[in-house]
Design a protein around this ligand. Structure first.
Ligand code: AKB
Length: 373
């Protein structure tokens, strides 16, 4: 695909992106009288009174992206429907609105965020708002605002109110000078995308607040996440979701990465379970605050071959997007996650065959239902 077409497609995705739960371009002025950045380092950030035995009260930002609705479902099963609030700046579809509490929140509006945390007695915050890698390259200013300025608001609110804060990081937090096969937790991180730079910043800022102020910051570096009933928006690993939809619906798939591009990937159920598990892990079990988590690694060619075992008529062609290809070529090929496995018992359940079966079952039955209607 030519670069111009690719970039304009990406810009279009910025405007429509389901994974982008960003606020308006202009930053709102904080109209509060007190800034947590002025609080002395010995101030207590843990003055919020809630019983240890209570369920957490969870706020999920960027809730209408690829992961939020699934995470809310999992957390609501565990903590009760009304203890988990999904939020976004976009209007939720009916089924999401009916499934549990939903609230408007703009992470670039500090006062709005603070009001939500206070009024709803939030104790855990899962911060999913972000622009992903490819879409971020097409709009660096917006990515910088959402992924960096937005994160600062989240950190300050979390520190001020003694929240347990989860921020996802990614394989994209590594770059061409990192060891790529496998990539360990601690190694050189010089990413070349604004997405990657913002995620390294998030890791370091979260750990800084943890050491300086006692913020209960927890972070997992996600591989590319593959989901059946939610779409990613503007990532480099999106091809690995799209292939399933196209295989079932049209029998043809045009891949925008080279056939031999190996990247770490994970099925969404594993990713959401890992998130819950690290959030529930006792603090003393965590020897670090940012962990790699791994499940499988494959190339487009290997994925296509496995899908073709179930759908032999699938035709795959390659039209390389140079922006995405350059990003993928700078990322880990496989992830080393022994610290997560040792510290809090991380264990993935889905390898490639289970992933393929689950995706095709879900999308197949979904499209059969759509046809029947
Ligand atoms: C992307 O491709 O940008 C994301 C990621 C790997 O963080 N899916």
């Amino acid at each position: 695909m030519p670069v111009v077409r690719t970039v304009s497609k990406v810009v279009q995705q910025v405007l429509l992106a389901p994974a982008c739960s960003c606020g308006p371009l202009s930053l709102s002025v904080r109209s509060i009288s007190f800034s947590p950045r002025q609080v002395t380092s010995d101030a207590s950030f843990h003055s919020v009174s809630f019983s240890e035995t209570d369920h957490p009260r969870v706020l999920i930002t960027g809730g209408l992206g690829q992961l939020g609705v699934g995470l809310a479902k999992l957390l609501r099963k565990r903590f009760g429907k009304n203890n988990v609030i999904l939020s976004d700046i976009r209007k939720p579809p009916d089924h999401v609105f009916r499934s549990g509490p939903f609230i408007y929140s703009d992470i670039l509006d500090y006062k709005n965020l603070r009001e939500i945390v206070v009024n709803n007695r939030i104790t855990w915050l899962v911060h999913y708002s972000a622009l992903l890698s490819a879409v971020g390259e097409a709009n660096v200013t917006l990515a910088r605002n959402v992924n960096i300025t937005g994160l600062h608001n989240i950190l300050d609110i979390s520190a001020e109110h003694g929240l347990r804060l989860f921020v996802p990081s990614t394989i994209g937090a590594f770059g061409p000078t990192s060891p790529r096969n496998p990539t360990p937790d601690l190694c050189i991180q010089r990413p070349r995308t604004i997405y990657g730079v913002s995620k390294v910043h998030a890791e370091l800022m979260g750990e800084y607040y943890h050491h300086r102020n006692g913020l209960d910051f927890r972070c997992l570096r996600y591989p590319g996440i593959i989901s059946a009933d939610s779409q990613p928006g503007g990532g480099t690993t999106d091809y690995a979701v799209q292939i399933f939809h196209d295989a079932v619906k049209t029998g043809k798939f045009v891949c925008n990465l080279k056939p031999d591009t190996r990247l770490p990937m994970m099925f969404i159920d594993d990713c959401l379970r890992a998130t819950l598990e690290v959030m529930e892990a006792p603090a003393e079990a965590l020897s670090m605050r940012t962990y790699n988590i791994n499940a499988m690694s494959f190339t487009p060619e290997e994925l296509a071959r496995e899908v073709q075992k179930q759908l032999p008529d699938l035709q795959v062609t390659y039209e390389i997007d140079p922006v995405r290809q350059a990003i993928a070529d700078s990322w880990p090929m496989s992830f080393e996650d022994s610290n997560a496995r040792k510290d809090w018992g991380w264990k993935h359940e889905y390898d490639l065959p289970e992933l393929i079966q689950t995706m095709l079952n879900f999308i197949g039955s979904d499209s059969r239902i759509a046809h029947a209607n």
